[in-house]
Design a protein around this ligand. Sequence first.
Ligand SMILES: Cc1cc2nc3c(=O)[nH]c(=O)nc-3n(C[C@H](O)[C@H](O)[C@H](O)COP(=O)(O)O)c2cc1C
Ligand code: SF4
Length: 595
Amino acid sequence: MSDILQRYQAGPADLLQVLRQVQARFHHVPPWAIETLVKTWGLSYAAVRSVVSFYHFLSFEPRGRYSLYLSDSATDRMLGSEAILQRLSERLNVTPEQTRDDGLVSLHRTSCTGLCDQGPAGLINGRPLTRLTPRRADEVTDLIQSATPLEEWPADFFEVSNPVWRHNLTLQHPIAPGHAITRMLAVGPDAMLDELRASGLRGRGGAGFATWQKWQACRKAPGPRAITCNADEGEPGTFKDRMLLMQWAHELIEGMTLAALTVGATQGFLYVRGEYEFIEPHLRDVLQARRGQGLLGASVSGSGLAFDVTLHMGAGAYVCGEETALIESVEGKRGIPRTRPPFPVDRGYLGLPTVNNNVETFVQVAQIAVHGSNWFAAQGTGASRGTRILSVAGDVARPGLYEVPWGVTVAEVLADSGATDVQAVLVGGPSGKLIDASQLQRQISFEDLPTGGAFTVFNRSRDMVDVAAQYTRFFAHESCGFCTPCRVGCGQLVETAERLIGGHASASDINRLKETASLMQHHSHCGLGQTAAHPLLDVIQHFPDQIDRRLVPDEQAFDLDAATADMSFGVTADRTTDTHADMHANTPTLARRPA
Ligand SMILES: Cc1cc2nc3c(=O)[nH]c(=O)nc-3n(C[C@H](O)[C@H](O)[C@H](O)COP(=O)(O)O)c2cc1C
Ligand code: SF4
């Protein structure tokens, strides 16, 4: 692995990047590789092992030479992913979540891969497999059995399309590389901040913080400073950043560069989720091209100001989308969210004041620099200016990307995307808000229904309890285990959901679930735990019939079989151990005695 180490010069901050390469080459992280890292960088064994155990795509045990992950999001399931998984399992003779004895293939479920508009989807050795059908699954089986190199597989197996059904400000206005930088350098950082302020741009990653304020706070903090771009895009149902990374990377890097020139940062990091490894070569090409054009490097556009961007790939961990967890991950560590304050604008990457923004935010910054704040602010509502790119998936005729002005109603998006017989819409992914058919006139906006980009539709054939249970399993699987309310609470939520589905839950269980949810919301360390109960709570609120018809009286709500089948006491995947307990496959089912 000496050649791998030679490619990474940042020392321990490159630990995750090196481990990804080791995993890709040796199909696991062997003890001797850990030993090498310990000796080379003076790290403790525990430090290296804890990073391996944290990320889903790293493993101590060998995975297959063909490492197959099937996306297990609610929309993939709606498209038949479980049947595909079972078919692959039978024909390849490999048990899900395991590696076949001969080491040829391993098969795992994984959280949403960001391909919900073209599922059922999966990944094989980091490459995307889209639109899986039973027939395609059989073809995949044959190619694996015959050990055919991936390069010789039909190209359309890996095809990722980006259907954009509605273009508006952002997606109609590509920018020539360097154009926004030239404009910004002509007016200076103060004018850039004024322009952003006048545009009303708020972060597109979910929380909606005013971008100019974040930049100004960082600029005021003593330097040196850093920029991070959040391309983790792990919220199930969100895939708009995938499209931006594939087709708008110049604008994205341009936006990061504007941030650097405005706040006075010299280093930037583009943190891309591991599931998007297939976009990595393109991003490296764009970065290299911009260096060649003098748009990155020692003197950006001849300004005398230095700035460059390093690409950091994740390795399968939704929580790394939380900005402080992301910064930990960029530093090569486990993605455990930090205590805030201090916020990243004061103490971020390696303690430096850091601006972190979403991909779409940076793209829109570049466009505002070129076209001006009035152009941008002319659309939207009072507190939500401009446009927003929605990732529309689920029960719609035209899944894909829709750039809409903020303030558009849910009904308008449904009409655009060809949705009929709508039962529910999940706005903003499982951490967002689930609404029912009586609320379709509500607006997509920070004032009413904010969203980080996900817009998932469920028709009346869908069992909303099943849907909520699936999202709850997702949170339990992705909980980093750092704080008790989330670690234990997620397990309890899953347990109640399973009992509900199995017909072993009573009204008392629902009351206890609400208490657990309240505790998690108020006492969890980060947004994951604070929002993990949203899907179940929303189904309880909006679809009481689907809950009530499953409830049994208290005295019948004890499932002896389940109680004795699993004695894990509701404790979820523990990322502090060496194994990835898999909530997808093995949910805790310990039944509780009725009160
Ligand atoms: C569990 C969790 C996951 C998150 N995932 C993402 C993500 O994938 N992309 C993103 O931009 N923001 C994500 N966020 C929000 C970030 O913490 C942060 O607010 C955002 O990147 C700021 O960028 P913005 O101001 O441009 O929106 C997540 C937050 C939490 C709590
Ligand atoms: S809320 Fe969950 S994900 Fe966030 S720090 Fe606590 S355990 Fe980790």
